[in-house]
Write a protein that binds this ligand. Structure first.
Ligand code: TEU
Length: 543
């Protein structure tokens, strides 16, 4: 078992993200909950993961599924109680699984006590916890837009002031320039550390240093000063793992965030690779076929850029992204094989892998009529694009491919009604393919995607090259094959993945002629590569 008191233990770890609303319901209200997670810990232990990144479970009006927090020190009642949370932390720990909480420090809900106080008047001590500008009701301070659509400013007639919000109107931004705000947040973090939480995922951490008057949202001038202070004041134990969500980070900046000296964070989530199938310069909704050479160059830049100088996180999926098997694999005949191929491509890299719930089953995207979507971003996008004159069919094509709700359909546990997720009415549509794609079926099939992930997790623990090896990309311009070599002084690992549904003529480098086959998704490698074939070859010290 990993020694989680030591800095760096996460370099050997694999994490699993749970989106609690959609994981497991235990009381029939149609919403996943904390006792439901406890019930599934044995399943996660079997998979072999070392920690759970738990998306927000705090008290919240749920305007953004919990990323709008009204009380950081309370659990949203439909998810359970504080006692349930304590049980989860303890039961997980017994199984060697750490709980990593999601921290939303950039904004609160407008129903948070601080904001309700702030609305009482300019003299209220909480007023300066948020970002206000004087002005007339019809002219916002400037033209900054919110991520979820509309202006980033909202007018409050009673105060004659506008408040700043980078996300929904119901998510007012906290004023990090106010030391009292920072102090409150550090105290709150310590509350959770004292409860036994072993790490944190920091929501949009790159946005905390905003300076809206200068139209600066991400990467503000004081950002790293704040992150260092946060780390010093709140993350005192060297064993606490911290991962910052940083859409704006480039390699250079990620080095700073994940500096091995530990002055900031353990690692960041960066998203550059998730734009390699978007129209260059466009938004995530502007679809283009995957440009594999572009994806490979991107991965190469990050692998080489952080080797020895920082630490990567590795992921294809999360609660904001579509399902990777639908995106870059095949939902049809090659679903299982392509899901394994994508897993191999990612887990062979240097960094800490994150598995998003259901990814280990090869769960897929969903298609619903627009009324079926719950996500605020999806709904606003649909309205805005139609208003701008886009054709409905094109807008829906983007929704099918990129809506965050693709990831938020209930976890598919079994063939039972509602996929075994709930005895009640699920809060969100269950993907009808649950009769075929579900955990029960996967556990009964030794060739399932689940066991492939289980083996990948075990391999990372067996061969140091996964953690330590450098990175050499083979055939950078090849449009179908993603192959790379990882090397340490006495080990070599070759990862070969066919990203296409067609057979490809490709042979491994001669030095791997007698290498050990660590794993593969269609038996022993033959001549060339079969559709979506993937394998790993190994030469080295570890038997
Ligand atoms: O996401 C950050 C963020 O910028 C997203 O809105 C992202 O741009 C979008 O999902 C891409 O489609 C984080 C959380 O992960 C997300 O779930 C929250 O909605 C958001 O912050 C606000 O807290």
């Amino acid at each position: 078992m990993l020694d989680k008191t030591k800095r760096g233990w996460w370099k050997d770890a694999v994490f699993y993200q749970i989106y609690p609303k959609s994981f497991q319901d235990s009381d029939g209200d149609g919403l996943g909950d904390i006792p439901g997670i406890v019930r599934r810990l044995d399943y996660l232990e079997k998979l072999g993961i070392d920690g759970i990144w738990l998306s927000p479970v705090y008290a919240s009006p749920q305007a953004d599924n919990g990323y709008d927090i009204s009380d950081y020190r309370a659990v949203w009642p439909p998810f359970g109680t504080m006692a349930d949370m304590e049980t989860l932390i303890a039961e997980a720990k017994k199984r060697g699984i750490s709980i990593i909480m999601d921290l939303v420090l950039n904004h609160t809900s407008d129903e948070h006590f601080w904001f309700r106080e702030a609305l009482k008047g300019r003299d209220n001590p909480c007023h300066d916890y948020y970002i206000w500008r004087d002005g007339a009701p019809d002219t916002p301070p400037n033209d900054l837009r919110a991520t979820f659509g509309g202006p980033a400013w909202e007018y409050v007639p009673e105060l004659g002031q506008w408040y700043f919000h980078q996300f929904a109107v119901k998510q007012p931004d906290l004023n990090w320039e106010n030391p009292a705000v920072r102090r409150e947040l550090y105290d709150m973090i310590r509350f959770w550390v004292d409860k036994g939480v072993e790490g944190f995922r920091l929501d949009v951490i790159d946005n905390i240093g905003k300076e809206p008057d200068r139209k600066i949202t991400a990467r503000g001038p004081r950002l790293h000063e704040y992150v260092r202070e946060l780390s010093r004041e709140a993350f005192r134990e060297p064993g606490l793992v911290t991962v910052g969500e940083a859409w704006s980070a480039d390699v250079e900046e990620a080095r700073q965030y994940s500096d091995p000296g530990g002055s900031e964070l353990s690692m960041v989530f960066q998203f550059e690779h998730t734009f390699t199938d978007c129209v260059p310069g466009g938004e995530k909704w502007d679809l283009a076929p995957l440009d594999l050479p572009r994806l490979k160059r991107c991965v190469e830049r990050w692998q080489r850029g952080l080797h020895g100088r920082g630490w990567n996180s590795l992921f294809w999926d999360n609660h904001d992204l579509p399902r990777v098997v639908s995106r870059w694999g095949d939902e049809g005949v090659y679903r299982v094989r392509s899901a394994k191929m994508l897993a191999a491509a990612l887990h062979g890299l240097q960094g800490t892998p994150y598995i998003y719930q259901g990814e280990e089953l090869g769960m897929t995207n969903i298609r619903l009529p627009i009324e079926g979507y719950e996500d605020i971003e999806t709904r606003n996008f649909y309205g805005e694009r139609l208003a701008r004159g886009y054709a409905e069919a094109d807008v829906m094509a983007s929704v099918y491919a990129r809506s965050r709700d693709n990831a938020r359909t209930p976890m598919q546990w079994s063939r039972a009604e509602n996929a075994g997720f709930t005895d009640g009415t699920p809060w969100f549509a269950v993907n009808p393919n649950y009769t075929e794609i579900n955990a029960e079926a996967a556990l009964a099939d030794p060739d399932s995607v689940f066991y492939f992930y289980q083996r990948l997790i075990a391999l990372r623990k067996r061969c140091p090259v996964f953690r330590d090896g450098d990175f050499t990309l083979l055939d950078p311009e090849h449009e179908r094959v993603f192959a790379y070599v990882r090397r340490t002084a006495d080990e070599q690992l070759l990862v070969v993945c066919n990203f296409s549904g067609e057979a490809v003529d490709w042979a491994p480098p001669a030095e791997f002629g007698r290498a050990e086959l660590l794993l593969s998704n269609c038996g022993a490698p033959g001549h060339g590569l079969r559709p979506y074939e993937a394998y790993m070859l190994y030469r080295g010290a570890v038997g």
